[in-house]
Design a protein around this ligand. Structure first.
Ligand SMILES: O=C(O)c1cc(C(=O)O)c2c(n1)C(=O)C(=O)c1cc(C(=O)O)[nH]c1-2
Length: 226
């Protein structure tokens, strides 16, 4: 195995600590969550969703490579959308409607628990302050996400029929988008992390991101115990 292959294998190895394995996520996939727990997840994840464009703007602002900035900008536009009512955030709000959350309680973030706020803020701060390649590497959880997202859509359809299926568009679109984003981010990391130090920092960034996601679910799980 050459250096680059070993580096990629090391990054992919973080799938072992990805939030797919979290007990709350496993309970969701097995149809064992109560409506209030699903609502807790969706309302809290709004805080993550709405922080993504700011996180991506931080990566862009730290990145000296024009071609990477141009491509990364697409991620920001994806979530914010070209106009009101379009884009990833708008689709997430439709999921909020579908699970029975009121718009005001989502937008006012009254359900967002401190642990989720801490974890998500840590992700944004990390991307503001770390080397730009580490910021890119921290997005690589998206390598592991597509399989989980398609399982989640299937579980929602099967076990939670009270959720309006139109609300699942967010995840259906992400199943297509996430692999594209992840393969570009991996290409960038393989190209620009060209020293042992940069590679170690990229691995550390991906571990931190897995811990951010895991901590979010810890906090949600604790707050919404039936
Ligand atoms: O539903 C999921 O399990 C899941 C996971 C992740 C992830 O692993 O970071 C993202 C998303 N969804 C997602 O929808 C998304 O837009 C996204 C952006 C990013 C990122 O770090 O830039 N991760 C994720």
């Amino acid at each position: 195995m050459n250096d680059v292959d070993a580096f990629v294998a090391d990054l992919r190895g973080r799938s072992a600590i990805y939030w797919e394995k979290h007990p709350f996520q496993q309970a969701m996939l097995a149809g064992r969550l109560a409506p209030e727990q699903i609502r807790g997840f969706v309302a809290n994840r709004w805080y993550y969703q709405r922080s993504l464009p700011r996180k991506d703007a931080a990566v862009i602002s730290n990145c000296p490579v024009q071609a990477v900035r141009r491509q990364w900008y697409e991620r920001l536009v994806y979530h914010d959308g070209p106009h009101e009512g379009a884009g990833g955030l708008a689709d997430w709000l439709r999921l909020c409607d579908a699970v029975g959350l009121r718009r005001e309680e989502v937008l006012e973030e009254t359900r967002v628990v401190p642990g989720v706020r801490f974890a998500v803020d840590r992700y944004v701060d990390f991307c503001r302050t770390a080397h730009w390649t580490a910021g890119v590497a921290s997005s690589l959880t998206e390598l592991f996400a597509p399989d989980l997202m398609s399982q989640r859509v299937a579980a929602f359809r099967r076990y939670y029929p009270w959720i309006d299926a139109e609300g699942l568009a967010y995840f259906e679109k992400r199943c297509v988008q996430a692999p594209k984003e992840a393969s570009y981010a991996l290409e960038v990391v393989m190209t620009y992390c060209d020293t042992p130090e940069r590679r170690a920092a990229a691995g550390g960034a991906l571990t931190l991101k897995c811990e951010v996601l895991w901590s979010m679910l810890d906090a949600i799980d604790y707050a919404y115990r039936p």
